[in-house]
Design a protein around this ligand. Structure first.
Ligand code: SF4
Length: 319
């Protein structure tokens, strides 16, 4: 590895975009590859005091979504003809109550872009009432402006998952400027932003990945993540295939060392190799899921809280 880069990492400095892109070129299985995994693992074990975290996400609806992302099972084109649904508020509150008892630290509510903003605030308020005060409540929803960010905060949300996705505006109908405006609103309302380099496919360049690793410098991000794109049957980008676990581990390591997240580093979906390359946090999921064709991802790809705990334990993260 470049000696200067190595020293920079060892001394705890964040990497620049060009440096991250350079490291992403490291050949899989080389000495430098394992050195990067080691350095990221070392950073996370120390920063997070050896502790693993489980978050949970409830998908509230499955409706033909006009943002029409070319990787999503709920995109308008992918759903053609399939019946949609919105989970009743009472069911979501019961699910949140049960999840709160499992010891998760952060609960996410996710919707398609079709979900009513006003209704979402009602779901948020009702869920907040059944969560312990210290538990973080996070919105994963379509773009919004500052007044709505303030309403989210009043409703009891502590943070928002919002990102500029790889291929935004090309593989999705969302605009990069709207995504950034929303992230600015999250910051300006005093909410925590959760960020992720996603959804990573084989066609994405090292420069594209590095751009998302450094984008968080303008925001109060405590939790960073990486996520590979799942080749969902019936979605246009499925034909591009998926990146390998070995490639994802390298991306996870470089993202960890570039972002140096203070609270947690996530890999999504759960992946053991990444838990040895900087990641210490996994999601349990239920309800709808853009990466799943099941109406309730518990019957498909979704991990339970227990599944997540077992995997964290295998990589020797303490719970
Ligand atoms: S990923 Fe989200 S925004 Fe894109 S089509 Fe699916 S539900 Fe809509």
């Amino acid at each position: 590895m470049d000696k200067q880069l190595y020293e920079k990492i060892r001394s705890g400095q964040k990497l620049e975009k060009e440096e991250a892109a350079q490291l992403l070129d490291t050949p899989t299985g080389s000495r430098d590859y394992y050195e990067l995994l080691y350095l990221a693992n070392d950073y996370s074990r120390g920063t997070f005091s050896g502790k693993g975290l489980v978050f949970a996400q409830i998908g509230l609806d499955m409706q033909p979504c006009g943002v029409n992302c070319r990787f999503c099972s709920m995109a308008k084109d992918a759903m053609c003809g399939k019946e949609g649904f919105v989970r009743p508020l009472e069911d979501v509150v019961e699910e949140a109550k049960a999840l709160a008892k499992t010891g998760i630290s952060d609960l996410f509510l996710m919707t398609t872009a079709q979900f009513s903003q006003e209704d979402f605030l009602e779901y948020g308020k009702a869920v907040r009432m059944v969560l312990p005060p210290e538990m973080r409540l996070v919105a994963n929803i379509a773009d919004f402006t500052l007044p709505y960010a303030q309403k989210l905060k009043e409703a009891g949300f502590t943070g928002v998952y919002h990102i500029c996705r790889l291929g935004e505006g090309v593989d999705t109908n969302a605009k990069v400027e709207d995504r950034i405006r929303t992230m600015d609103a999250v910051r300006d309302a005093g909410l925590e932003l959760y960020y992720c380099v996603e959804p990573i496919g084989p066609e994405h360049t090292n420069e594209q990945l590095a751009q998302e690793m450094v984008r968080i410098r303008d925001y109060p991000v405590g939790v960073m993540a990486v996520m590979k794109r799942t080749a969902v049957p019936g979605t246009p980008l499925a034909e591009n295939g998926e990146i390998t676990a070995a490639r994802l581990a390298l991306i996870c390591a470089v993202t960890t060392l570039t972002a140096r997240p203070p609270r947690a580093m996530c890999v999504h979906e759960p992946d053991e190799l990444c838990l040895m390359a900087g990641a210490n946090q996994l999601y349990a999921e239920l309800g709808s899921n853009p990466r799943d064709v099941e109406k309730d991802t518990r019957n498909g790809r979704g991990f339970s809280v227990e599944d997540a705990r077992v995997m964290l334990g295998k990589a020797q993260w303490m719970l």
